[in-house]
Design a protein around this ligand. Structure first.
Ligand code: GLA
Length: 405
C-alpha cells in the first residue's frame, strides 16, 4: 500500500515536470547570429563545392574574424526520403554527403546550418519535415548540424505555434545545441509566441535586392530593404538576447550600389538583426567586403544588451535612428530615404530622446557632453558641444557612436 502510494506520487510529480522538459536549447544566440546563407544569391543552385568554397572564403575574406560563424545551406540540398523515411541529399550535388560537409565546415572553425520546412514539401518542392520531425532532428544532430532554418511552405491548415513547437522539442530531444531559426514570414505573429520556441523568427516575406520597392509575383510579394525596415518598427519590444526579430538575410553585394548596401547593412545592425550575408563570398568586391566586415557597425549589432534600435524622428526624408548600447553608449544614425543629397545638422543643444523600452535617455542639452565617432569613416567628428553639420547623399547613412571619454 505504502509503495503504491509512493508510486502514484512519483507519477504525479513526473507528469507535472513534463512540460518543463520541453524547451528550446538554452543559452544559444545571446547576440544576433552571424553567418552566410546560400538562398539570396544561389537559390536552388547549391552543391558541396559551393558550400566548401563559401566556408573557405568566409575565412580568407576576414568575415570569420569579423564575427561571422554559420555557413547555412538553404533549400534544395535534399532530394527524397529512403524506404525508412530518412532524408536523402542530392547525390549529384552532394556526393560526399552532408556529414562530410559539416565536418569540413567545422574544420574551418565555423558552424554548419541546414534548411527544412514545417510543411509536406519545402518552398522549392523538396521533401520537408512534416511527420518526420524527430527522425530529421536525430539525423541533423548526427551530421553535426548547428543551425536549422525551418520554413513555412505547404503547411495547409497546420497550426504554426504547434508545428514549430514539435520541431523545437525534436531538436531538444536529439540532444545537440542547434539554433532554431523560424521562417514563418510573420503570418502568425511569431514575435508573440516564439520566444520560447526558437532563437530567431522571420518577421516578413522574402527580401529582394532593391532598396525601396516591392516586387509583385501575383500570389506573393518580395520586399525591398526600406519596406522591411518599416515593418520592424512595432516589433522592437519582442527582441532580446536569445530571441531575435529576423528581417531576412542580407542583400549586400547582390547588385545594389555601395551607398544602398551601406545603408542596408547599417540599418540591419541598428535593429539588432541576425546578420546572414547572402552574397557570393568567393567573388566578393573589396567594397562589399569592406561593408560586411566593418567591425564598428557589427559591434553595434552585437551589443550585449541586445536592444533593437528605433526611429526617433523624421525631417525632410532624413530619419534619425537610435540604439542604446552597453556602458551608457549609443549609436545614432541618420538615414536619407530620399534619392537626393541633403544638408543635415545635428544640433545637440536641442537634442534629448527618451527610450521608454530601455529606460534610457540620451540628453546632450545639459553640461555633460559625448564624443562622436563616425562608424564608416572611422574618424572622430568632435563632440556634442558643437552642432554637427554635414551633407548626406541619397539612400545613404551617417552613423555615429556616441560615448563618454
Ligand atoms: C522561402 C524562404 C526563403 C527561402 C526559400 C527557399 O521563400 O522565405 O528565405 O528559404 O523559401 O525555397
Amino acid at each position: 500500500m505504502k509503495n503504491s502510494k509512493l508510486f502514484l506520487i512519483a507519477v504525479i510529480v513526473s507528469c507535472m515536470l513534463l512540460p518543463l522538459q520541453a524547451q528550446k536549447f538554452p543559452g544559444l544566440a545571446q547576440t544576433p547570429p552571424m553567418g552566410w546563407n546560400s538562398w539570396n544569391k544561389f537559390a536552388c543552385n547549391v552543391s558541396e563545392k559551393l558550400i566548401r568554397e563559401s566556408a573557405d572564403a568566409m575565412v580568407s575574406s576576414g568575415m570569420k574574424d569579423a564575427g561571422y560563424e554559420y555557413i547555412v545551406i538553404d533549400d534544395c540540398w535534399q532530394i527524397s526520403r529512403d524506404s525508412l523515411g530518412f532524408i536523402v541529399c542530392d547525390p549529384v550535388r552532394f556526393p560526399s554527403g552532408i556529414k562530410a560537409l559539416a565536418d569540413y565546415v567545422h574544420s574551418k572553425g565555423l558552424k554548419f546550418g541546414i534548411y527544412s520546412c514545417a510543411g509536406d514539401k519545402t518552398c522549392a518542392g523538396r521533401p520537408a519535415g512534416r511527420g518526420h520531425e524527430y527522425q530529421d532532428a536525430l539525423m541533423y544532430a548526427k551530421w553535426g548540424v548547428d543551425y536549422l532554418k525551418y520554413d513555412w511552405c505547404n503547411t495547409d491548415k497546420l497550426n504554426a505555434e504547434g508545428a514549430y513547437i514539435t520541431m523545437r522539442d525534436a531538436l531538444h530531444d536529439a540532444g545537440r545545441p542547434i539554433v532554431f531559426s523560424l521562417c514563418e514570414w510573420g503570418n502568425n505573429k511569431p514575435w508573440l509566441w516564439a520566444k520560447e520556441v526558437g532563437q530567431l523568427w522571420r518577421t516578413t516575406g522574402d527580401i529582394t535586392n532593391c532598396f525601396d520597392c516591392f516586387e509583385d509575383h501575383g500570389t506573393w510579394k518580395q520586399n525591398g530593404v526600406m519596406q522591411i525596415l518599416d515593418m520592424q518598427t512595432p516589433l522592437r519590444q519582442y527582441a532580446g538576447p536569445g530571441h531575435w526579430n529576423d528581417p531576412d538575410m542580407l542583400e549586400v553585394g547582390n547588385g545594389m550600389p555601395e551607398n544602398e548596401d551601406r545603408a542596408h547593412f547599417t540599418m540591419w545592425c541598428m535593429i539588432a538583426a541576425p546578420l546572414l550575408s547572402g552574397n557570393d563570398l568567393g567573388n566578393m568586391s573589396e567594397q562589399t567586403k569592406k561593408i560586411l566586415t566593418n567591425k564598428d557597425i557589427i559591434a553595434i549589432d552585437q551589443d550585449v544588451l541586445g536592444i533593437q534600435g528605433f526611429k526617433s524622428s523624421v525631417k525632410d526624408s532624413v530619419e534619425t535612428w537610435l540604439k542604446p548600447l552597453d556602458n551608457g553608449e549609443w549609436a545614432v544614425c541618420l538615414l536619407n530615404r530620399s534619392k537626393t543629397l541633403k544638408n543635415v545638422t545635428l544640433d545637440w543643444k536641442t537634442f534629448s530622446v527618451t527610450d521608454t523600452l530601455s529606460n534610457r535617455v540620451l540628453d546632450t542639452k545639459g553640461k555633460e557632453f559625448y564624443q562622436l565617432r563616425d562608424i564608416w569613416t572611422k574618424k572622430s567628428v568632435g563632440d556634442t558641444r558643437k552642432p554637427l553639420k554635414t551633407t548626406l547623399s541619397g539612400h545613404d547613412v551617417l552613423c555615429l557612436k556616441v560615448f563618454k571619454k
